[in-house]
Design a protein around this ligand. Structure first.
Ligand SMILES: [Zn+2]
Length: 528
């Protein structure tokens, strides 16, 4: 039998995998990106898959590991590709768990002739070749050099392919996430890792309480109602309040609001920003694990025992922030009375709040409304016809099919809708002005890219994210009673100062006059 070098074997195998084990993947891709108009992109995908695998294999194959590794990949992938092609299943962590819990007897029941043929031709036969072939020994130095060359080449090919079709890759990664689930063998390898991690590395989560000493120091007869609106993907520079040339805040402009023009987010995605803004950690200190295992400001407010708390969510969920307080899902028509054609409106969250306030008479009230806001890419779904001021709008969630102007039009119409929603929230609070000290705080979770430099949506690593993704819409409104306690004149004067979401934790504690050792006056936006 002839001999082959490690690098050649890796390259041939990667090509073999792309050609013969990814049938389902390419069928799915072509459904979304028809060949007639996307031939170049689909070919580039084949290159990306091939050389991504080359890269992975180069990193883990050595003289003695390459054969067992590759044979395992071939045997398992012949089966995963059989199941994907025949049953259109996704080999995710749950599926692997299912397979692990199936006994041999049940497995034999499933066995079919087709499956045996797959195993024979795509599993055993290529494995036999790998088993028999002699790997050329080139000595450590020249082997390392060859490996590095292959790694560099793979990186360049993957990089060039992605760069040349960057618009397509953006939509591929963001909107067509399920497509990746059928990449063989990378996805099942990923899922196996995830399964092992979930199964063997999930110590029960202990949440560290904070602010158990919290108490309200200023006990007046007038109680407070504070509504915190957590916005979604609204970037500061598309607010007319911040000087945007389009009048996107016509209603808020008529209210006595304080606009914070220079506020920055903690993360570039909902999953990072929302828990971070409510946590006591600042951006440099925050991590997912710290966030999920430490109580947040909502919990601290609860520890006072004097504040009635309610979290209503028209977004994905509270990202772990509202796990220990009353939570209501407003994406479902059962709770949200303002739903049509699969879209529930943010203003539906205001319905029935009067009941909650009445039920908690004699207590301070803290309500969080987590908006759907400007959730992309389907901005055009985020508002009703009466907000369609800027046209033509991008009517698809495949942003690469729209012009930048059409995308911005849809996005700005959604901002107009938020302008309306926030004003309605203020109007609701005004009806309580004689009995309560009221306030609304609005802060978006992160910004959004609208196609500048070919970048769309959000979620880029913070260090490389453009301003559009981190410079956020933020504002406050105070009722007459609250204005006696908050120096709004001074606050307006410093409203253009740079603030970050780190301030929210302390600002909420300050607003409710909560005393606790967790409170830092210097971080409170309302205190000079
Ligand atoms: Zn978000």
């Amino acid at each position: 039998m002839r001999t082959i070098t490690q690098t050649k074997l890796i390259t041939y195998l990667s090509i073999f995998f792309t050609l013969f084990y990814n049938y389902t993947f390419f069928v799915n891709v072509i459904k979304v990106y028809p060949l007639a108009t996307n031939l170049g992109f689909v070919i580039s995908l084949a290159f990306v898959i091939t050389f991504f695998l080359t890269l992975l294999l180069s990193l883990v194959s050595f003289k003695y590991t390459i054969k067992p590794l590759v044979i395992t990949l071939l045997l398992v992938s012949s089966m995963t590709s059989y199941f994907m092609n025949s049953y259109h299943v996704v080999i995710d962590a749950t599926m692997i768990r299912n397979m692990m819990q199936t006994n041999i007897h049940e497995s034999l029941d499933l066995l079919s002739v087709k499956q045996v043929l797959y195993f024979l031709f795509f599993g055993l036969l290529p494995s036999y070749y790998v088993y028999k072939v002699k790997i050329e020994s080139r000595g450590f130095k020249s082997e390392l050099f060859a490996k590095l060359k292959l790694i560099m080449l793979s990186l360049v090919i993957v990089g060039v392919a992605i760069f040349s079709f960057s618009k397509y890759y953006t939509s591929f990664v963001r909107e067509h996430k399920p497509l990746r689930f059928s990449v063989n063998p990378t996805y099942w390898i990923y899922s196996t890792g995830k399964y092992i991690n979930l199964t063997f590395n999930s110590a029960p989560l202990v949440v560290k309480p904070i602010g158990l000493d919290a108490k309200i120091v200023e006990k007046s007869n007038r109680k407070k109602i504070v509504v915190m609106v957590v916005g979604e993907a609204s970037r500061a520079d598309h607010f007319s309040l911040n000087g945007y040339e389009r009048d996107t805040n016509p209603l808020l402009a008529k209210e006595d609001i304080i606009n914070f023009s220079n506020t920055y987010s903690c993360g570039t995605s909902t999953a990072v920003s929302v828990p971070c803004m409510f946590s006591k950690y600042d951006r440099s200190d925050y991590s997912y694990k710290k966030g999920i295992s430490t109580e947040n400001v909502v919990d601290v407010l609860k520890h006072t025992n004097d504040i009635a708390i309610l979290w209503r969510d028209n977004n994905s969920d509270s990202k772990g922030v509202a796990l220990r307080v009353p939570y209501e899902d407003y994406k479902i028509a059962k709770n949200n009375t303002d739903c049509a054609e699969g879209e529930c409106r943010d203003e539906g969250m205001l319905v029935g709040l009067d009941k909650f306030i009445a039920q908690n008479k004699g207590k301070d009230i803290f309500i969080v409304l987590h908006q759907m806001g400007n959730h992309g890419p389907a901005y055009y779904k985020r508002y009703t016809k009466k907000f369609e001021k800027y046209t033509p709008v991008c009517q698809t969630n495949q942003l690469e099919e729209c012009s930048q102007e059409e995308i911005a039009n849809a996005y700005d119409n959604a901002i107009l809708h938020t302008d309306y929603f926030l004003t309605k929230t203020v109007d609701m609070l005004k009806t309580y002005d004689t009995q309560y000290d009221t306030a609304m705080i609005y802060m978006s979770d992160h910004g959004e890219s609208l196609g500048e430099d070919g970048i769309y949506l959000h979620g880029l690593p913070y260090f490389m994210a453009p301003d559009a993704q981190t410079h956020i819409g933020a504002l406050m409104w105070f009722g007459e009673g609250m204005k006696k306690k908050v120096d709004t004149v001074a606050l307006k004067k410093r409203a253009d100062k740079k603030y970050t979401q780190d301030a929210l934790f302390h600002t909420l504690l300050g607003l409710f006059d909560v005393q606790t050792k967790e409170y830092d006056k210097d971080m409170d936006m309302l205190k000079e």
